[in-house]
Structure formats: structure tokens, C-alpha cells
Design a protein around this ligand. Structure first.
Ligand code: BES
Ligand code: ZN
Length: 628
């Protein structure tokens, strides 16, 4: 039943998947996607219903000298309509054709981060194959072209893409809404000696070359995915297996260290599968990127992209892998229909991440993560303007704004706290069974808060429970509802005691900190008072070596304290940290702390001038707002 779809069929598909009738959609992905005629995406021009893009076949050449991807996107569409409307931003369109015959097209006006609609006149023809010849701009926001010095090997350049939230349109002309799912294939041509990896199954022929002598890599994604999950990286990339369906890609000098750091990945998959059902994507590999990667991790299907700052050497930051893996259910299987419901992706994922870590390392350990999450949430609410601020709600209306503005701690930690609350009211066993049913019923479909809540009413809640949870307040009111379960982990209680002792005058070296984990240290640092004498900081530093910590989370926390108190011995480390990695989560708070004073602003400007050219647009865009 892959052919044409009528509007009636669409509405039925919606009703069926909303649980109002019909059978569940477990098993293979539905052939016909549920179009966003149902939910209008304020961040896509492709809200026209039909034609609907169902697959994208890419044939692209990576030109490192010109910093461009050049080639063809072949889009298969379903359903008839006057015009095929696509999202683009900064693309140069050379031609549009179907079966070799040119099709008239026009690029509309560019509207900021949304880019410009590309309208192709298809005049009612149904089920087309449309070829678009195009190339990307050298400053395409999704792409970062790294010069050899920005890599570990220093010999070859590197390219990677970042699609979320609305950047895929800067490298692929398609219907770039998370509510519109597409299969994809790709042939990627790269200079000899380099390798292309993608968020899909590797179907490359050994040593394939094109007529120009470039190496060709081929990929295939058979499940329909939202376009923000199409991902590519090109560089000097090696591979090391971990388990039978897992492994790590990274530059050759990094790959062994990465494989050692991530050795628990198979246990994580086993834990997630036990809780929430089969992993449906085939392989699960990780790609460790050069240090400018702007995120901790990105859940590109079959191939999580990860920052090298997670390689602490002691597996202390691998909850990040649990997080990206959890997106294989929440986010990649069941996807926020628009960025207004981003919390459905990140809040569910954060909850599941904590559950996976609990399976691996026990409740006291997972509770530390939960408690740190709550501390982050408190900070996030304060940063948003306090508990009355509109942006502290779970469901947002980001119309007219960059969806990136919704990427605060709130969707993550308030979203997780919501599920912790449901957990506390209905019990884990029932919540887990419901989550399994949710992923099964809505696999490969877009999700809204309304549909999720309807499914809770239908399949989870007993009389009185909805009120007890106060679902509406959680999703639509600002601030943190009072019924969020209090997390009082046993391990942090011990840390609090040491903080009190230190405040009471105990020397740092006399504190009981032996065998503390990274999370205990983070809690310790976060519990220190805002103002501390530099002599006291020097004593802490001498005892615990914070300034030379190789742990990115601890260093990030410590450097903020150092700046706040003008502890100058740490300033070279501030410079070193800001110029050696580009993870937005680390850059933002440190630059923000610096610009609070005149001397700090001067320092921030000096560092940023040197560092900015090495940052990804996602990070420089955020820091531009801070360092004016
Ligand atoms: N999907 C996000 C990253 C993202 C969010 C990219 C919004 C673009 C827009 C990813 O799963 C994520 O949340 N990464 C976190 C790490 C995680 C352990 C909280 C990050 O990058 O810090
Ligand atoms: Zn996430």
C-alpha cells in the first residue's frame, strides 16, 4: 500500500495511531507516513500536505577546497498537489527535473533561520521522482569544514554535519520538519584516503572509485526518519568494534581510547531493550568527532555523534551514551512532531537515560544523576527568568523564534521530572509497560503532547491518577510543580557533610573525599558558596588539582568558580579550555561568567577572537549573543 494516499486515509491514520480505533502499528514501519497536515510546523515551509517527500537519494561530492557539497538529491514523493514545496537555506539550485525533463521552480524570499521555500511546479502529478542538482554554501550552518590543524591527526581535513533542529535544509533540499519522515540512501564521493560515515547502514563496495578517482561510500536507511537525523562525517576515520552490533569510529589516534571508554555500550542496549523493547535500528555505533563538535552527543540513528570531551579515561561521563542510545526509542522511533514538543524527545530520553544508568550502576549512582539534573533544572529556571517565565513550560510555542531557543535544561530535566512524577504515582511496572506500548504503537511516527497525554489516559491512568499527577499543570504551566518527587540520594548526603566541614574551617586535605566519583565532585563544586577567597580556592586547588583536571565536566564547573572569584592561577586553563574544544554547553556558561566584569569581558573578547574561527556555527551563534 505504498501508493497514493488520500486526505481521508491520512485522517484515519491519525485517528488509528491516536488509539481511537484500528490496530497498533508494530512491526515494519508504516509505508505511508502520517503527514503534518495534522500538525502544522511553524519552522517548515513544507506545510502544504502533498506532495509529500517519502525518500531522499543523495549523490554528493565533498569538495574540501571549495567547502561545498555538490551533487544531486533525488526525492520520491507521494500524493498529488500543485507544487512540491521544500525547505532550503543558502543552497544554490542548478536544476530541477523529473525523468530528465526540466521542471519549473522558484526560490522564495529568505526568512532568517527558516531559509527559503523551494517550490517546484508539479501541476497535480502524483508520485514523482524529482532530481535536484545543487550545491551547499561554504558557510552552511549544518556543516563544519575543519582544517587539518583542528583534527587529532593534523594531516587531513574533516567534515561533519549537524541537522537538529532545522539545519538539514542548509545541505539537503527537502521537507525539513521533524513530523515528515523519509527514507534515504547516499553515495558520497570523497578524496582518496578519506572515509565517509553516515547515520545509516553501510552498503559500500570495497574500494569503489568514481570516474574522477574519488572514493565512493554508500549508505542506506530503510526506516523513515525525520530529516534532522540524516548525518554525514568525512575524514581520516578508523573503526574499532566493541560488541557484535556495536563499535566506535574516530580518528586513528583516538579510536582505541574511545572503544575502552564505551565498552559498556552492549550492556546499555541490553538494559534498554529489557525495559522498552527491541532496538530496531540494526547496528549501534558511535563516532567521536574532533573537539569542535558543538554538542555532547547527537543521536543520529545507527551512529551517535559524540564529543571527545566525554573521553574522561574512567568511564565517568558515559551516561551521555545512555542518553543518545535512549533516543533510539524516544526521539528516533517516536519523534516530536514539531520543535514545540521538543520535551517529548529530550525529557523522555533523560528519564530513560537515568533508568539505563540505574540498571548498570545501581540506584545510588542513578540518583546522583537525577539530583544533578534537578540542580541543572533550578539553574535553567533561574536563567529563563524565574518560575513564572513562559519558557519554563514543557510545551512551547516557538512560532517566529529560532527553535534553538527552546534548547535549555528545561525540556530535559523538567521533562524527566514529569515522568519521575508519573512513576511515583502509578508505579514503575505500569509506567514501563506503558512506555513499551507507546514506543510500539507510535514507532516511526510523529508525536505531540496532546497525543501522548491521550495515550496516557487510554492505556495508563486509573481514575484519579491524572489529577494526582496534575498532567495539565506539568505540561502547560511554568515552573516546577510541587509534586515532583524529592530526590535525596545517599551519596550526596555524604558530600554535603564534607562541604559543611569545609565551611566550618576544615582544611581541604582533611576532608573525606576518597573514591569520589565525578558526580560527587560536581555536587561538591556546585555546593560551594558563590564568593570564596582566592586563598581558599588556592588551597582547594592544591589539594584536589581542579585546574589541571582532565575531566571536562569538573573543569567546566571549576573554571566558572575561578572566574567568579578572580582566581588568576586558573586563567591559563580558562584560555586552554575555550580554545581546545567547542562544546556549546561548556562555552556558554564560561563566557557568560567572564562578561560579568570589565576585566573578564576583555579576556572573553581576546579569547573569542582567536577561538571563534574554530567553533561550529551552532556554538559561535550562541557565543555571539554573549560576547558582543
Ligand atoms: N539531541 C540532543 C542534541 C541537540 C539538541 C542538538 C537540540 C540540536 C538541538 C542530544 O541528544 C543531547 O541532548 N545532547 C546533550 C548531551 C546529553 C547527555 C544531555 C548535549 O549535547 O549536551
Ligand atoms: Zn538528547
Amino acid at each position: 500500500m505504498r501508493g497514493r494516499i488520500s486526505v481521508v486515509a491520512v485522517v484515519c491514520a491519525f485517528v488509528a495511531s491516536n488509539g481511537c480505533g484500528g490496530s497498533p502499528t508494530s512491526g515494519p514501519a508504516p509505508a505511508t507516513p502520517v503527514p503534518s497536515t495534522v500538525v502544522t510546523d511553524p519552522h517548515s515551509f513544507a506545510n502544504t500536505g502533498f506532495p509529500y517527500v517519502v525518500s531522499v537519494d543523495l549523490d554528493l561530492t565533498a569538495d574540501f577546497a571549495a567547502k561545498t557539497l555538490r551533487g544531486r538529491a533525488r526525492l520520491k514523493t507521494e500524493g498529488a498537489g500543485e507544487a512540491l514545496v521544500l525547505d532550503t537555506r543558502g543552497l544554490t539550485i542548478r536544476s530541477v527535473s523529473a525523468s530528465g525533463k526540466p521542471l519549473p521552480f522558484s526560490l522564495g524570499e529568505t526568512k532568517g533561520v527558516l531559509g527559503a521555500p523551494l517550490s517546484v511546479a508539479v501541476k497535480g502529478a502524483a508520485d514523482l521522482t524529482v532530481d535536484i542538482e545543487y550545491e551547499t554554501a561554504p558557510d552552511a550552518a549544518a556543516l563544519q569544514w575543519l582544517a587539518p590543524p583542528q583534527t587529532a591527526g593534523k594531516k587531513l581535513p574533516f567534515l561533519f554535519t549537524q541537522g537538529q533542529a532545522i539545519l538539514t535544509r542548509t545541505w539537503i533540499p527537502t521537507q525539513d520538519s521533524p513530523g515528515r519522515r523519509q527514507r534515504y540512501t547516499a553515495a558520497i564521493h570523497v578524496p582518496a584516503g578519506m572515509r565517509a560515515v553516515m547515520s545509516a547502514e553501510d552498503v559500500s563496495q570495497p574500494n569503489e572509485r568514481d570516474a574522477a578517482g574519488l572514493s565512493v561510500y554508500r549508505y542506506k536507511m530503510d526506516h523513515p526518519i525525520p530529516p534532522y537525523l540524516i548525518a554525514l562525517a568525512v575524514g581520516d576515520i578508523a573503526f574499532k568494534p566493541i560488541g557484535t552490533r556495536t563499535g566506535v569510529y574516530a580518528e586513528p589516534s583516538v579510536v582505541a581510547r574511545a572503544a575502552a571508554e564505551f565498552v559498556e555500550v552492549d550492556q546499555m542496549i541490553a538494559a534498554a531493550e529489557k525495559l522498552y523493547g527491541a532496538y530496531r535500528w540494526g547496528r549501534y555505533d558511535l563516532l567521536v568527532l574532533p573537539p569542535s563538535f558543538p554538542f555532547g552527543g547527537m543521536e543520529n540513528p545507527t551512529l551517535t555523534f559524540a564529543t571527545p570531551t566525554v573521553l574522561a579515561g574512567d568511564r565517568s561521563l558515559v551516561s551521555l551514551v545512555a542518553h543518545e542510545l535512549a533516543h533510539s526509542w524516544s526521539g528516533n522511533l517516536v519523534t516530536n512532531a514539531t520543535w514545540n514538543d521538543f520535551w517529548l524527545n529530550e525529557g523522555f530520553t533523560t528519564y530513560i537515560e537515568q533508568r539505563i544508568m540505574e540498571e548498570l550502576r545501581g540506584k545510588p549512582y542513578a540518583d546522583m544523576h537525577r539530583q544533578l539534573g534537578r540542580q541543572d533544572l533550578a539553574q535553567g529556571i533561574a536563567d529563563a527568568g524565574g518560575p513564572q517565565a513562559a519558557d519554563t513550560r514543557l510545551q512551547l510555542d516557538l512560532t517566529g523564534r529560532d527553535p534553538d531557543e527552546g534548547t535549555t535544561n528545561i525540556p530535559y530535566e523538567k521533562g524527566a521530572a514529569f515522568l519521575q512524577t508519573v512513576d511515583s504515582v502509578v508505579g514503575r511496572e505500569r509506567l514501563d509497560a506503558w512506555l513499551r506500548a507507546y514506543f510500539d504503537q507510535f514507532a516511526f511516527q510523529p508525536m505531540t503532547s496532546e497525543r501522548m497525554v491521550a495515550f496516557m489516559h487510554e492505556k495508563l491512568l486509573r481514575p484519579g491518577e491524572a489529577e494526582k499527577i496534575d498532567i495539565n499543570a506539568w505540561i502547560h504551566d511554568p515552573g516546577l510543580p510541587a509534586n515532583a518527587p524529592v530526590i535525596n540520594g545517599v551519596l550526596f548526603a555524604a558530600v554535603d557533610k564534607q562541604v559543611e566541614a569545609w565551611k566550618g574551617g576544615a582544611a581541604p586535605a582533611s576532608l573525606t573525599t576518597k573514591a569520589w566519583s565525578t558526580q560527587e565532585w560536581l555536587h561538591f563544586l556546585q555546593s560551594l558558596p558563590a564568593a570564596i577567597d582566592t586563598s581558599k580556592l588556592a588551597a582547594l586547588d592544591k589539594a584536589f588539582g581542579f585546574t589541571r583536571s582532565g575531566n571536562s565536566e569538573i573543569l567546566c564547573e571549576w573554571l566558572q568558580i575561578a572566574i567568579r572569584n578572580r582566581y588568576e592561577p586558573a586563567f591559563p586553563a580558562v584560555d586552554g579550555f575555550l580554545t581546545s574544544q567547542g562544546r556549546r554547553k561548556y562555552l556558554r556558561p564560561i563566557y557568560a561568567e567572564l562578561v560579568k566584569t570589565d576585566w573578564g569581558t576583555k579576556m572573553a573578547r581576546d579569547i573569542y577572537k582567536r577561538a571563534r574561527p574554530t567553533y561550529h556555527s551552532v556554538s559561535s551563534g550562541a557565543i555571539d549573543q554573549i560576547v558582543k
